[in-house]
Design a protein around this ligand. Structure first.
Ligand SMILES: *Cc1c(COP(=O)(O)O)cnc(C)c1O
Length: 219
């Protein structure tokens, strides 16, 4: 068996164990974040039937996935990295989910392009949960206003996403995210990566984004 399949199955059984402890039977979607890896390294998981994959660069994703995507209608592609507004149209064409809605400018552009090409991606609003200068994302104090704008623009916002501060109190950040999500009545939560997906599960994450733990370290 290919290593990536083995890794995925280990992650799945850990998740099952954790959910049992939590008395929760909502299994999260596992997004296999395949950025930097060539399609040959991803194929074993595709053949195994895994359906959710994540990338962080639009151009790389188009080269890697366009063919595969048109031949596999079950495949769901997630853009987890920053989206430059000038790549919005291409991104909407390829991706089913965009996890990095982080500005009014981008919201406007998605609204415009999704009408043009008649395809609505599912969106996560990225929250700058640790108020970090260098990170993008909506400030939690501005979330209500931002969300109203998204509604007016007829965006299909399904939930919130975060990249918590390194070394911070994750339980704290994730529970804050969960509260923000509940206040807006949103269903999905995109949080948890290779090092913290089990912690994210304690706060009802519904999409975990896992790269290294599945594919190995990126060079
Ligand atoms: C790369 C990336 C991941 C996956 O990170 P790992 O630590 O390798 O699991 C998750 N989310 C985002 C936004 C990423 O850029």
């Amino acid at each position: 068996m290919h290593q990536s399949i083995n890794n995925l199955n280990i992650i799945k059984s850990q998740i099952i164990e954790e959910l049992k402890k939590l008395n929760n039977n909502e299994f999260p979607k596992i997004i296999a974040v395949s950025k930097t890896f060539p399609i040959e390294k991803i194929e074993p998981l595709l053949d195994y039937g895994h359906t959710h994959f994540g990338e962080n660069k639009v151009q790389e994703a188009i080269l890697k996935w366009s063919n595969v995507k048109s031949n596999n209608e079950n495949l769901k592609l997630h853009l987890v990295g920053k989206l430059q507004t000038n790549k919005t149209k291409q991104a909407i064409k390829l991706f089913d989910y965009i996890h990095s809605l982080d500005s009014i400018k981008l919201a406007n552009e998605i609204s415009k392009q999704q009408k043009k090409i008649n395809k609505k991606p599912k969106l996560f609003i990225q929250i700058n949960i640790g108020n970090e200068q260098q990170k993008s994302g909506i400030n939690k104090n501005e979330l209500n206003d931002f969300y109203s704008v998204c509604k007016e623009l007829e965006l299909d916002v399904v939930g919130l996403m975060c990249l918590p501060p390194l070394g911070g109190d994750l339980d704290n950040y994730f529970s804050e995210m969960k509260e923000l999500n509940n206040k807006l009545n949103l269903k999905e939560l995109s949080m948890g990566m290779s090092d913290d997906y089990l912690i994210a599960l304690r706060h009802s994450s519904t999409f975990v984004r896992i790269g290294t733990k599945i594919f190995g370290s990126r060079s």
